[in-house]
Design a protein. Structure first.
Length: 435
């Protein structure tokens, strides 16, 4: 696999992330102007942590080319499990761990289905999310499950910092071509194998992408239940907002390129816009419309980043050595092409032997001549004139022999016919009859 310099590949994303940094600053300034107390109560960090873990999970699944569309339902499931266990007297730590493990269990089941069947992850997780939502609707009957006791919390600054560290660490890890190539086997590659064909590497990518995203979504669900002091049923949960943040961050929908700071900045923008709208008293319809508009802007950004990425670092250099249709991996970039030797006397139009090519074949010692080689020794026979013009002869076409001419032999000429002709009968043939 060709090692492409990460900085060259990340150049378009870093430029886009600089634009996102300016946009995030503008959103923060807008919130402060709307209500300066919003940053003093600590609720900003809770919203960033909740949306951040959900977006981080979705970004992981997109990087491994196994998009997990069930993160919203899985987050609601983990929040409900946490609320039920805390209300039953379980400690917050144990309830937290069990709720995240429940989310991981759903993720493992979906990952096995994706990795063992080579089915598209978006279809498997979308159907799995519907099943989880149906089970939650039956269990809660659509009602809130309040969180009592120590399950409630209003301090989320540490969790927001953990989200930032996890997001940046994962982004830096995926800048390594070896890691990206190993975990993105589910990404279709031009000239690669059949997308529906199973390979062990696809199972590894699905386990990391789908299961990892489910775990991060589980953390998001528990934090949401602790912040709001209730586990609320929702069809999609954080999925629309997480998708808008991930797209704004420049994470490719094709499992290809992504930046470093994009997801963090996208979360700050999307969560900040949501809070800004609440402070300004915007309606729910306006809030959904704004989220959709941000997602569309992110889609356009991803498209432009893909175009620029092909120019700065072609996909052929980052494909991870996928096998060609014949089954052989492509040669690395910079590897010299094979040089073929052509024997002397080849017809016009065939290039000369390149440096480093194979030596010409030896002259044959028996049998017929090789391609383009004269016959050694010359065959017997009459001299055959060659009709070409020799420079300096005034355009005349001298008879140039193609083989040495034997000197004349003294003595009577040979009257024997050439080989292959019938023998001439003697003059007395047939014999005269006897008188």
């Amino acid at each position: 696999m060709t090692q492409v310099r990460p900085m060259r590949e990340l150049a378009p994303h870093l430029v886009w992330e600089a634009v996102l940094l300016l946009a995030a600053g503008a959103v923060v300034a807008g919130q402060y102007n709307a209500n300066s107390d919003v940053f003093s109560r600590g609720q900003v960090w809770g919203g960033i942590a909740i949306l951040g873990f959900a977006a981080c999970g979705l970004a992981l699944s997109l990087r491994t080319a196994t998009p997990n569309l069930a993160i919203g339902s899985i987050a609601v499931l983990s929040g409900w499990v946490f609320a039920k266990m805390v209300n039953d007297g379980t400690s917050v730590t144990v309830a937290f761990i069990v709720a995240v493990l429940a989310a991981a269990g759903v993720g493992v089941l979906l990952a096995l289905l994706v990795g063992l069947t080579a089915l598209p992850a978006w279809g498997v997780t979308l159907g799995g999310g519907f099943i989880v939502s149906a089970a939650l609707l039956e269990a809660t009957e659509g009602r809130l499950v309040p969180v009592t006791g120590d399950g409630r919390s209003s301090s989320f600054g540490v969790w927001a910092a953990v989200f930032v560290v996890v997001s940046l660490a994962g982004a830096v890890l995926f800048t390594l071509p070896a890691v990206r190539g190993f975990l993105s086997a589910n990404r279709p590659v031009a000239g690669g194998d059949d997308p529906g064909r199973w390979r062990p590497a696809k199972l590894v990518g699905a386990l990391v992408g789908v299961t990892g995203s489910a775990v991060l979504a589980g953390v998001s669900g528990v934090l949401s239940a602790r912040l709001t002091s209730a586990a609320a049923f929702s069809d999609s949960g954080q999925l629309p907002y997480a998708l808008a943040a991930v797209l704004l961050g420049g994470v490719s929908l094709f499992g290809r390129r992504a930046g470093v700071f994009g997801v963090v900045l996208g979360v700050v923008i999307v969560d900040g816009v949501r809070r800004w709208e609440v402070l300004e008293g915007a309606s729910a319809a306006i809030a959904l419309l704004t989220t959709g508009a941000l997602a569309v802007v992110g889609l356009i950004a991803v498209w432009l980043l893909e175009l620029l990425g092909r120019r700065f670092a072609p996909l052929a250099a980052t494909a991870g050595g996928s096998p060609a249709p014949g089954g052989f991996p492509p040669a690395p970039a910079g590897f010299p092409p094979p040089a073929f030797a052509y024997p002397p006397g080849s017809p016009a139009g065939i290039p000369a032997q390149s440096a480093g090519g194979f030596p010409p074949p030896p002259l044959p010692t028996s049998g017929g001549p090789a391609f383009g080689q004269p016959t050694y020794p010359p065959p017997p026979g009459p001299v055959i004139p060659q009709p070409w013009t020799v420079p300096g002869t005034g355009g005349a076409a001298p008879q140039v022999p193609s083989q040495p001419v034997s000197p004349p032999v003294s003595g009577p000429p040979n009257s024997d016919p050439p080989p292959g002709y019938p023998q001439t009968p003697p003059p007395s043939w047939p014999p005269a009859p006897n008188n």
